[in-house]
Structures are given as structure tokens and as C-alpha cells.
Design a protein around this ligand. Structure first.
Ligand code: CU
Ligand code: CU
Length: 302
């Protein structure tokens, strides 16, 4: 039998736990010596020390152990996750809540991958901008200061008067450098929205980093939960009209740095209920481990 690459072996052996050799023959009908050689060459290329596109632990990895300087960036994507900005509030005589924020547009260089810097435009020095959170029916007041070298706006998604839409030709229109405006409108409807600059060229003003999440909770609140916000984004770091970096909350691979895996000496207790009977798979959530054996089933019976 010709030698098989490890990848092909894995692919062939997944459904058959017994009689592996027979299974290989029946599931890989076109394995010829030249085919196996091509596979071996490809495998060597992928895993060879020289051609290091970077696959560590089953995940793409360009970091070589280096990390982004979150302090220099002024924000950390791990904190951005749960960093809900509720602003400041006061009540009108009527009892209605007024919720206020100040957002400042600032031009700022941000390291989006270790050693890869991006000339960004930001709200409050971070990408995504602050996650603005409020309750349905409140009166929202957002003071927008343009400390950037370019005109900008804040265009909120949701429902509001057209003069508060943050687009050219309506209300205050484009906010010129060194000037400011105040957007004021009722928080509605409840839901997960976003805000972004709406100055043309739109692709540039968004791609540069002027966007953020805007959450309107229902008036009667939400059930307690560990809530996290991830804004998917991408960066064209060399301005060739193609993104070089894709991320959640701006920093590529950021959530690979955190210990979400169970390492030597660490322990964890998992508790859960099965509401239904049947076979349920469990596996290490690293594809390489799973493919090499870290996988099994719970057989749940009534
Ligand atoms: Cu802009
Ligand atoms: Cu929009």
C-alpha cells in the first residue's frame, strides 16, 4: 500500500474506528504512488521549517510569540469585550432620563497586528469606538468634538429626526476640524445598532476606524448574562484596496492570547444537563487535536 500523508490518513479514518486498513482501501480508491508523493510534498511544504506560513496548534499564527502593545494603543480588545459605556445620566423634572456622552474624533496610529501599524481615524482613540449603551425611551445627548484633521460626523442607526442623522446637508451636516455639535434623540428601537462616520468617501471614513456598537436595551431591561461585544473589522494597512488584517475588535489574533485552553497543571469542572437523549459529541476545540484523537461521545439515555 502506498504511503499516505497524515492529512489523508485522518480524512480516511474518521468514520471507521475498527478495521482501519480496510477502511483506507475503501474510502481512498484513487491513491496512486504519484498521488501519495504529491501529497507528501505538499505536506512537507506546509509543515516544513522553511515554508512557514504558520500553523501552530491547528490555528493560523503569524505572531512568533510577539504581542501588540495594548498600552500604546490605549485600549485592550479583552477589555473592549465588556466595556459598555453607559455615559452619565440625570433626570428631567418629568422624571425622564437624559443620557450623555462625549465622543472625540482623533487621528491615531494603531498597532493592529504585532509590528503592523495602521494610520487610523478613531472615536475616543479606539477602534471600535465606545460601545454606547442605553435604555429604550431615554433622551440621548451625544456631544461630538472633531479633533481630527478631516471632517466627520456620527451617523447613528436606529430611529431619530433627520436633522440628527449625521449626514451631509442635514442638520449640522459635516463637522469640520476643531468644531463640535450635539446629537440629541430618543433611544429607539431596542436592539443592537451601530454608529459610524458618514462623510464621503464612505469606504475611507469607515475603513479608517470610525465606527462602534450602539445598544438600546428594552425599557424593562435584559436578563443578567455575561455579555460581550465583538465588532468584526478589517484593515487595509498599505492602502492597496485590499485588507491585510481581519479581526474582532481590531487586533488580529487577540483572543488567542488569553488562556482559554486547559494547560498542564490546570483543572476545570464542567457541569451541564442534557435536555435530550441521544449521542452528543465532545472534542478538543483545536482541529488538530480532534483529528488526532481528542474526540468522543456521550450517550444520553432516558
Ligand atoms: Cu469621517
Ligand atoms: Cu450605516
Amino acid at each position: 500500500m502506498p504511503k499516505l500523508s497524515r492529512r489523508r490518513l485522518i480524512a480516511a479514518s474518521v468514520p471507521a474506528l475498527g478495521g482501519a486498513a480496510a477502511a483506507l482501501h475503501s474510502t481512498v480508491p484513487h491513491t496512486h504512488p504519484w498521488d501519495a508523493e504529491a501529497q507528501a510534498a505538499e505536506t512537507a511544504h506546509q509543515h516544513g521549517a522553511g515554508a512557514h506560513a504558520g500553523h501552530v496548534g491547528g490555528h493560523a499564527n503569524f505572531r512568533d510569540g510577539r504581542t501588540v502593545d495594548h498600552v500604546a494603543n490605549g485600549f485592550d480588545p479583552h477589555e473592549v469585550l465588556r466595556d459598555f459605556d453607559w455615559g452619565t445620566t440625570h433626570r428631567l423634572a418629568s422624571g425622564r432620563v437624559v443620557r450623555e456622552w462625549e465622543l472625540v474624533a482623533v487621528d491615531k496610529e494603531i498597532e493592529v497586528l504585532p509590528g503592523v501599524h495602521f494610520a487610523a481615524w478613531t472615536y475616543n482613540g479606539r477602534i471600535p469606538g465606545p460601545t454606547l449603551r442605553c435604555r429604550e425611551g431615554e433622551l440621548l445627548r451625544i456631544t461630538f468634538v472633531n479633533a481630527s484633521e478631516h471632517p466627520h460626523t456620527i451617523h447613528f442607526h436606529g430611529i431619530h429626526p433627520s436633522a440628527m442623522d449625521g449626514v451631509d446637508g442635514l442638520g449640522a451636516g459635516e463637522i469640520q476640524p476643531t468644531t463640535r455639535t450635539v446629537y440629541e434623540f430618543e433611544a429607539q428601537p431596542a436592539g443592537l445598532h451601530l454608529y459610524h462616520c458618514h462623510v464621503r468617501p464612505l469606504a475611507q471614513h469607515l475603513a479608517k476606524g470610525l465606527y462602534g456598537a450602539f445598544i438600546v436595551d428594552p425599557a424593562d431591561g435584559r436578563e443578567d448574562a455575561d455579555e460581550v461585544v465583538m465588532v468584526m473589522n478589517g484593515f487595509d494597512t498599505n492602502f492597496d484596496r485590499a485588507n491585510e488584517v481581519y479581526a474582532a475588535n481590531t487586533i488580529g489574533f487577540a483572543y488567542m492570547d488569553t488562556p482559554i485552553m486547559l494547560c498542564q497543571g490546570q483543572r476545570g469542572i464542567l457541569e451541564w444537563r442534557f435536555p435530550q437523549t441521544g449521542r452528543f459529541m465532545f472534542h478538543a476545540h483545536q482541529s488538530e487535536f480532534t483529528e488526532l484523537g481528542w474526540q468522543g461521545f456521550f450517550e444520553v439515555v432516558a
